[in-house]
Design a protein around this ligand. Structure first.
Ligand code: ADP
Length: 433
């Protein structure tokens, strides 16, 4: 080998190495197909002198053809409807035969593209801005094991014979690497979807077993007191009878809440939570929720404190009432009789903040971070019936209004739950009272 050829061989060796590095670096990111494909193609066209344009096509089983995942040197957005059947055009042939093809002259590329459908031809004409067929091209099938993933096509629109037969082997090696990675990216995507389905199924099983367990306590109590009241041999005095009925009534409420949480959670899971937004007066919703809670538990003192400038907010009144009810119910459930519960409303520049503060058992810092997870319930000595779904539901409702919800607490010294709602929409609409 003369000195000149040796230098040129060295240069092409360096080029190949840097091309391979470029590709490997992109594949190592393990990004999604949609992100990796354009980067790969841009890197190849950039580092390979022989190519000034290219297409990365992936097989779409639903359409039964090759569709463009990335293009360089083309108006890519015009290519979204392009679909080459196996055997059609340069890329369809590489895909069908599973073999790399080298097209050295314009006549060769034109011959390979003679069978392009009229629809695809129109799309190509628009995407290449009128340029006819490439003057030389190389098409590499992307095959991972048994799976045909797609085709990598590199072209030269200005120069015939730009690719040498020796390039074929190297580009096929690059193609093999790309095929393996793209295939595993596809498998990863499928796996994530399968995992999501099995996680959803596991959650459903959890819901049923947790709720069945939680329902047992109030049911046992209802059954016990009603059986006692029905016993002919014992005559309870009216006061005791009333007390028993009162307990039965309360336990029915507990059951009703569990069922409501369950239904609500399944509505949210199915993506069916629809908000009906309208200007609402949170003070009024709070007063109603408080009355409702007070009817059910007369052992706590409830107080509302809204600032005089508290504005109307655009919200779904039914859903926000549900959040207020849940926070108030929890405040009652997790604080001793006689405790004070205060709902406060404050207006700030872009949002309103509502807080529900109690003087109850409080929440440890580690548990505070997990309160809004589904089924999370603080483990404590005394068992209080609950679904562990109330706060996650509240969070979904508040966040779908564009607000935030969080809690602050000190173990043994009560808890305060906060939520915000944006105030912009109503004011823009000029609906202030
Ligand atoms: P549930 O009350 O049905 O268990 P939630 O999702 O409403 O479900 O609440 C989750 C957990 O958060 C409760 O089990 C309880 O341990 C804790 N928690 C909620 N609110 C309070 C509160 N005001 N004070 C103390 N702990 C609370």
């Amino acid at each position: 080998m003369g000195k000149k050829e040796a230098v040129s061989a060295q240069t092409s060796q360096d080029k190949r190495l840097s091309t391979m590095f470029g590709v490997a670096r992109i594949l190592a990111t393990q990004e999604s197909l949609g992100i990796m494909a354009p980067r790969l193609l841009a890197s190849l066209v950039d580092t390979l002198d022989a190519a000034d344009a290219g297409l990365l096509l992936l097989y779409d089983a639903a359409r039964g053809g090759l569709r463009v995942a990335a293009g360089s040197g083309y108006a890519v957005e015009s290519l979204k409807d392009l679909c080459f059947l196996p055997g059609e055009s340069i890329s369809g042939k590489a895909f069908q035969t599973g073999a790399a093809h080298l097209y050295r002259t314009p006549a060769e590329t034109a011959a390979a593209m003679r069978d392009v459908s009229a629809a695809n031809r129109d799309i190509l004409r628009a995407a290449t801005l009128g340029v006819a067929e490439p003057l030389s091209a190389i098409a590499i099938p992307l095959i991972a094991g048994e799976t045909k993933v797609g085709v990598l096509m590199l072209e030269n629109l200005r120069q015939p014979a730009s690719f040498a037969p020796a390039d074929l082997e190297f580009i096929q090696a690059v193609g093999d690497l790309i095929a393996l990675s793209l295939n595993s990216a596809r498998l990863r995507q499928d796996l994530t979807e399968t995992q999501a389905i099995s996680e959803a199924n596991r959650l459903k099983a959890d819901v049923i077993s947790i709720l069945a367990h939680e329902m047992r306590t109030p049911l046992t109590s209802i059954k016990g007191y009603s059986t006692a009241l029905l016993m002919d041999e014992i005559a309870f005095n009216p006061e005791t009878q009333r007390e028993f009925l009162q307990i039965i009534d309360e336990e029915c409420d507990v059951l009703q809440d569990l069922i409501r949480d369950l239904l609500e959670s399944s509505v949210i899971d199915a993506g069916l939570l629809k908000l009906e937004l309208q200007p609402v007066k949170l003070e009024r919703l709070t007063a109603e929720a408080m009355e409702d809670v007070a009817r059910r538990s007369r052992q706590h003192r409830l107080l509302a404190d809204f600032s005089p400038d508290f504005p109307l907010v655009e919200a779904d009144p039914e859903r926000i009432t549900q959040v207020l009810r849940n926070l108030l119910d929890n405040a009652v459930k997790y604080s001793p009789a006689g405790g004070l519960i205060v709902v406060r409303g404050q207006a700030q520049a872009g949002e309103v903040i509502v807080s529900v503060a109690d003087q109850g058992v409080g929440i440890a810092p580690d548990d505070l971070n997990r309160l809004f997870e589904r089924f999370f319930r603080v483990q404590s000595g005394q068992h209080i019936v609950g679904s562990g779904l109330g706060l996650p539901i509240a969070r979904t409702i508040i966040e779908s209004h564009g607000g935030r919800i969080w809690a602050e607490s000190q173990l043994g010294h009560g808890s305060t739950f906060y939520f915000t709602l944006p105030r912009r929409r109503v004011e823009q609409g000029g609906e202030e009272p």
